[in-house]
Design a protein around this ligand. Structure first.
Ligand code: FCB
Length: 464
């Protein structure tokens, strides 16, 4: 039975206003490990997140993604849910070890069928599939050979990208190589708070280089293979602001901006790493081979930006967000929509950017489900104000192409486990029952208003 979204009187935030241009893509996003479950089913290989979650002390609530939202067993229901939201696009990721258990060599037909069903189900419902190849769950078998620190993983990733293209053909609307290489490198290999849990800055910077290189080489290989889908990468970016106007804080902010934003944007769009960051890294700078930088700078069709909050840095102590007076989400992140406009204007000013999608944006808030409703006014405000921030960037000339809410469903929020809820649809993990929150109702109505202002039908009604 198709999922339906009963209309009830939901909270109306300030309308984000202006009408976005025709063709602007509205979506919702998820990732494989956070929702799929079926962690050991049908020949799937182990991922670094399967392994990491089993190490004591890594995940706040001791949980893991073994079941998560049980999405793969509820695929039809979830597809109907996505269609009921009347979004244009659904951004999801493929679990590499589900389709290629060892990360090289043999393919797992049962795993491939999952994504064929997903993509076919989206297309049949008029929702465009936006596929991400790497949302962090590297096959453990590759990690056993040093994973992203090993240059051989670059070629394995290119082969995986080609294999997915050959299996899914031209049915996907866009392909993202990597989700948030900074997180993989920094949190996974320097801080050790995310899988694979390593702690070495030199390793982290080599990992970042191999991720960027594999992105460029995979795009080249996909295009040579006849792939016509737009290709790009997704970066987690924030404006980095100094806590005070001291020279020391300004210098620190410049360095953090270098490590977070320029380390990725400079090679992708200008073909070179930022010299000040290379100088700072010294012996921790990565080994780069001839031709690598040109490969990384292979032109992209789009850039994905994930935005949640700003970064405020100070030279001595970590910045205390509670002193800023801004509302905080359940992650302890400041709600700062102006930062999104500021960030988009800056990347447009400093780089020859392709069309930009906000590929993730959303807020974790403590929800309560009562009588089949979740009145998540804070999340609705968060989303509406950030959509308005995208509109402000558009009006000032930034080539914005789309916006996607993180997330479709409450899900496994990595090291925070299940306590942090980002979904516009509530998940009761005991029953796996899905309940659209007020934010989901609001988002659907907002999209309806956008379309009627443009005289358009939802994609599903057009049979697009
Ligand atoms: C991003 C991740 C995504 C989700 C959000 C909250 O860094 O890409 O999977 O966890 O944060």
């Amino acid at each position: 039975m198709p999922f339906s979204l009963p209309i009830h009187n939901v909270y109306q935030p300030v309308d984000p206003g202006q009408h976005f241009p025709p063709g602007f893509v509205w979506g919702v996003a998820t990732s494989a490990y956070q929702i799929e479950g079926a962690a050991v089913a049908d020949g799937k290989g182990e991922s670094i997140w399967d392994r990491f979650c089993r190490q004591p002390g890594t995940i706040a609530d001791g949980s893991n993604g073994d079941v998560a939202c049980d999405h793969l067993h509820r695929l039809e229901e979830d597809l109907d849910l996505i269609a009921a939201l009347e979004v244009d696009a659904y951004r999801f990721s493929v679990s590499w070890p589900r389709v290629q258990p060892l990360g090289q060599g043999a393919w797992n037909e049962a795993g491939l069928r999952c994504y064929q069903r997903l993509v076919d189900g989206l297309v049949a419902r008029g929702v465009r599939p936006y596929l991400t190849l790497n949302h962090w769950d590297l096959p453990q078998a590759l990690q056993d050979q040093d994973g992203w620190a090993n240059r051989a993983t670059v070629q394995h990733f290119v082969d995986y990208a080609l294999g997915m293209h050959r299996h899914l053909g031209q049915r996907v609307a866009a392909i993202t190589t990597h989700n948030e290489p900074w997180v993989i490198a920094k949190l996974g290999h320097e801080d050790g708070s995310f899988a694979p849990g390593l702690r070495s800055r030199a390793v982290a910077m080599q990992v970042a280089h191999h991720l960027l290189l594999s992105h460029g080489l995979a795009m080249q290989a996909l295009r040579a293979d006849g792939c016509t889908a737009p290709l790009g990468i997704v970066l987690n970016l924030s404006p980095v602001q100094p806590a005070t106007d001291s020279t020391a804080d300004a210098a620190r902010a410049r360095l953090e901006d270098g490590l977070l934003l320029r380390w990725y944007m400079d090679p992708l769009l200008r073909g070179a790493y930022p010299q000040d960051v290379l100088d700072h890294l010294g012996a921790d700078a990565p080994q780069v081979q001839p031709g690598d930088m040109a490969a990384i700078a292979t032109p992209m069709d789009f850039l994905g930006v994930n935005y949640y909050t700003r970064a405020v840095v100070s030279a001595d102590a970590p910045f205390d967000v509670t002193r800023s007076g801004l509302p905080l989400t359940d992650m302890g992140w400041e709600v700062y929509p102006e930062g999104l406009t500021e960030l988009l204007l800056r990347v447009h000013r400093d780089y020859p950017v392709p069309p930009i999608f906000v590929t993730e944006n959303g807020g974790a808030f403590a929800d309560s489900l009562a009588a089949g409703q979740v009145h998540d006014r804070d999340r609705t405000d968060y989303i509406a104000s950030h959509i308005a921030a995208v509109g402000a960037a558009l009006r000032q000339g930034v080539p914005m192409a789309g916006y996607m809410v993180w997330s479709l469903l409450d899900n496994f929020e990595w090291a925070s486990g299940y306590a942090k809820r980002f979904g516009i649809v509530h998940v009761d993990y005991a029953t796996q029952r899905r309940t659209a929150k007020d934010s989901a109702h609001w988002y659907r109505r907002f999209l309806q208003r956008q379309r009627s202002a443009r005289g358009q039908q939802p994609a599903a009604a057009q049979g697009a």
